[in-house]
Design a binder for this molecule. Structure first.
Ligand SMILES: [Zn+2]
Ligand SMILES: [Zn+2]
Length: 407
């Protein structure tokens, strides 16, 4: 078999991997670079020329793994979880640059293998900051490759990792993400520990605004737990209220609990009376109307940087003892839009706390995966410090982009 990391041996994000057996050739993930969302990739047989690949498999709905799927030739089937796709499309439906995915995708389901010629690809649910993320087991020619995608063991699904790896057993090759290799070798806090941190820091405030990813469902659970501990009402913005209708676990939300509010930001790009309005806003209208009252009590609410105008307006009426919890990767703070947002929050005399846990594997997760699957070779990717893998295994294979590993 042959493995080629087309992109991702020297960077986090924008990853894609090619795996070939005697008969089949697939790509795993096709994402945007974190630094330049519009860079065009032309790959023969994938984006130009005659279709040459048997399939593209998307591990999860983060932009750096799926951002380029509309560039894939029509003749190349794309496999992705329907649920992940729906969550992605729901979030983007509310934005100015509507991010609808145009091409068709075939549903990928936990534990259900896809067979392509002599290759079998099985997705396994894995703990990550995107809902319904998969690891992929690729089997062909009597060999097994495990491609981790993005993963961790410290979220609410963290204990799943060991069970899944035991099910998979011994493998020949591990292709692993290494995001945290350049971020110091610390044991990550768990989401549960984050609950106590946020509760402790925010209990003295009456209004808590959580700047977080709308698709980070673990963090929504964390927000609910903080509210329970600190005696606050939970308010979800309209985007999150819709996303929560899609996830299968029972997180209290506007349509299954009378206690949760819904905030409708001023800049929602959905016009009244069209289909999207009926689908995404009307079901919540009654609750939106009642949320005005909730804003006068103690509450915790998710926010996005695009809600700056709303925060300025609320500051004039209800935000009199307020803090913002920045609950995302700190690296985003270098981006202009986040800088501008946080500067303005400071100007408004609102306190800011950085309280976050990573969506990526820490050293305990790398140790677990290598010990349980006992691979003969380990290729690191989705990393800015690939040599670091040698701290975990003497079977490291260090590749450059476009270099082939054959085994
Ligand atoms: Zn990623
Ligand atoms: Zn990710």
């Amino acid at each position: 078999m042959q493995v080629k990391i087309l992109k991702g041996t020297n960077q986090i994000g924008g990853v894609f991997t090619e795996i070939s057996s005697k008969e089949a050739q697939i790509i795993i993930d096709f994402g945007d670079d974190l630094d330049d969302l519009k860079r065009l990739e032309t790959i023969n047989g994938l984006t130009i020329g005659a279709p040459a690949y048997d399939g593209v498999f998307i591990t999860h709905n983060h932009q750096d793994h799926m951002g380029r799927i509309d560039d894939i030739l029509d003749g190349v089937p794309v496999y992705m979880s329907d649920l992940s796709r729906k969550i992605y499309e729901t979030v983007f439906c509310f934005s100015k640059n509507k991010g609808k995915i145009h091409r068709q995708t075939i549903n990928l389901e936990e534990g259900k293998p896809v067979t392509i010629k002599d290759m079998r690809i099985t997705p396994y649910i894995v703990d990550h900051s995107a809902y319904n993320s998969f690891m992929l087991l690729i089997e062909a020619e009597g060999k097994k490759i495990l491609h981790t995608g993005d993963f961790r063991n410290h979220g609410y699904k963290g204990t799943l990792l060991v069970n899944t790896l035991k099910k998979i057993g011994k493998i020949d090759l591990l292709i692993t993400e290494g995001t945290t290799f350049s971020r110091g070798q610390l044991k990550s806090k768990t989401e549960q520990e984050l609950v106590y941190d946020i509760a402790q820091k925010t209990k003295k405030y009456d209004q808590v605004l959580m700047l977080m990813s709308t698709t980070n469902i673990d963090r929504v659970t964390t927000m609910q737990k903080v509210a329970n501990i600190t005696g606050k009402t939970v308010i979800h913005d309209i985007v999150l209220s819709n996303v929560l209708q899609l996830v299968t676990q029972k997180i209290p939300n506007a349509l299954n609990s009378k206690k949760v509010g819904v905030y409708l930001p001023g800049n929602v790009y959905i016009k009244k009376d069209n289909e999207e309005y009926k689908k995404y806003i009307e079901p919540f209208q009654e609750r939106i109307n009642k949320t005005g009252e909730l804003l006068h009590g103690k509450f915790i609410m998710n926010i996005r940087v695009s809600m700056l105008n709303d925060i300025e307006r609320l500051k004039e009426s209800v935000l009199n003892n307020c803090c913002v919890v920045y609950s995302m990767w700190e690296g985003y703070q270098k981006e202009e839009i986040y800088k501008k947002f946080l500067d303005r929050i400071k100007e408004l005399n609102i306190d800011i706390y950085n309280l976050h846990v990573s969506g990526h594997a820490d050293y305990t997760a790398f140790n677990q995966i290598i010990e349980i699957t006992n691979p003969n070779a380990v290729i690191p990717m989705h990393t800015e410090n690939k040599e670091k893998i040698k701290d975990f295994t003497d079977k490291a294979v260090i590749l450059e982009d476009m270099e082939t590993f054959e085994f």
